[in-house]
Ligand binder design. Structure first.
Ligand code: CP3
Length: 339
């Protein structure tokens, strides 16, 4: 058994499990080396390379779980949109906002089969006791990229205006994205994953009432489908804020908290049966260790002291400018000080 698997099942161990969103990637020196020879798309498409990159954070950083090396935008690729990954972030060749009408998408499940080969390769090569986390984007976050075509300004204003102008039609599109995401998630579960995380990175871009009425039902349908496979789910609604109060029936085992919400406030907003994951601001991984990071880690330790249904993570993914040394320092600190 593993600390992560035990904790997500509701049985805590002697310390919280720790893993970091975006732990596999540019902060790791061996990843950067591989990227000199291969594109991101090549790395995530080749089972041997993707498995190697997935497992790098386990040996380099000492995290308690591995997360599949892939991207949320492989679902739009399987829905027929062309997505490329140049260095500045993903770009769609023909985003929905630029099309003359809202398209009726055709999902080709075979386009995702390579991911299941990656999962099999990871399961063959991973160290014993290290669980694998699968994931996909939540339907709305996936839609934002499909409609806007890039995350260049992190605003997605055209995608949101298109949604406001066409709530019914975009609702149908969200339905299609959800169907594809469910097929993808269920197949990940069929190839063995220990948990599944749903990334709703842009929940903060809508008023909470509209998120709850138009978006949340799709998320719940996705979570329910994964839970039916017997796989625990972590839901990351970044920036939902006070909206956390209304997602007690989401069906997830854990909710991942962003860095804006204090952990004890999140604990009060969510019902007791839901565990808490979070929530160090990743920018702390770029500043002075002892003076600045340690007091923040102390806050996490204090939360753990009275909240054992807890997984230590960041409040958003590691970013490329974070330092490897500080990232490792934070993980080591949690492992040796939260007892
Ligand atoms: O967490 C992990 O280590 C697993 C792999 C993973 C990636 N993307 C790899 C990646 C995961 C879980 C994601 C999720 C993802 N992808 C999200 C949701 C979570 C979040 O961070 O908000 C989003 C919004 C995307 C879309 C995406 N993909 C963006 C905006 C970018 C560019 C920004 C960046 O971090 O470079 C990508 C590219 C991407 N996805 C990289 C990696 C390692 C960088 C690729 C490279 O150039 O080496």
């Amino acid at each position: 058994m593993s600390l992560f698997v035990d904790t997500i099942a509701g049985n805590h161990g002697e310390r919280p499990p720790v893993w970091f969103m975006r732990q596999a990637g540019r902060v790791l020196p061996p990843y950067r080396k591989l990227r000199e020879r291969y594109s991101f798309q090549q790395l995530m498409s080749d089972p041997k390379l993707a498995a190697e990159v997935t497992l790098q954070p386990v040996s380099e950083l000492g995290v308690d779980a591995a997360i599949l090396f892939s991207d949320i935008l492989v679902v739009p690729q399987a829905l027929g949109l062309q997505v490329d990954f140049p260095d500045k972030g993903p770009v769609f060749a023909n985003p929905i906002c630029k099309q003359s009408s809202i398209p009726n998408l055709r999902f080709d499940p075979a386009k995702l089969h390579y991911v299941y080969d990656v999962i099999e390769e990871i399961n063959k090569t991973k160290p014993e006791g290290i669980p694998l986390i699968g994931f996909c984007g939540a339907p709305f976050t996936t839609y934002l990229f499909m409609a806007q075509g890039t995350s260049a300004n992190h605003q997605f204003n055209d995608a949101i205006k298109l949604f406001y102008n066409n709530r019914k039609q975009i609702g149908k599109l969200l339905e299609q994205i959800t169907d594809a995401s469910i097929d993808y998630a269920v197949n990940q579960a069929n190839h063995e994953i220990a948990a599944f995380q749903v990334f709703e990175t842009y929940a903060h871009l809508l008023p909470v009432e509209i998120y709850l009425s138009d978006i949340y039902p799709h998320v719940k349908r996705l979570i329910t489908a994964v839970k039916q496979k017997g796989v625990p789910v972590i839901y990351f609604p970044k920036g939902l804020g006070v909206g956390l109060k209304f997602i007690g029936d989401c069906g997830a085992d854990f909710v991942s908290i962003d860095w804006q919400v204090p952990l004890d406030v999140a604990r009060e907003l969510l019902p007791k049966h839901i565990g808490i994951q979070g929530n160090l601001d990743p920018r702390f991984l770029s500043v002075d260790k002892t003076e600045v990071i340690v007091p923040e880690l102390e806050k996490i330790r204090k939360f753990w002291d009275s909240n054992k249904r807890f997984i230590c993570n960041l409040g958003h993914g590691i970013s490329p400018e974070n330092s490897f040394e500080n990232t490792k320092f934070a993980i080591d600190w949690i492992k040796s000080n939260c007892k």
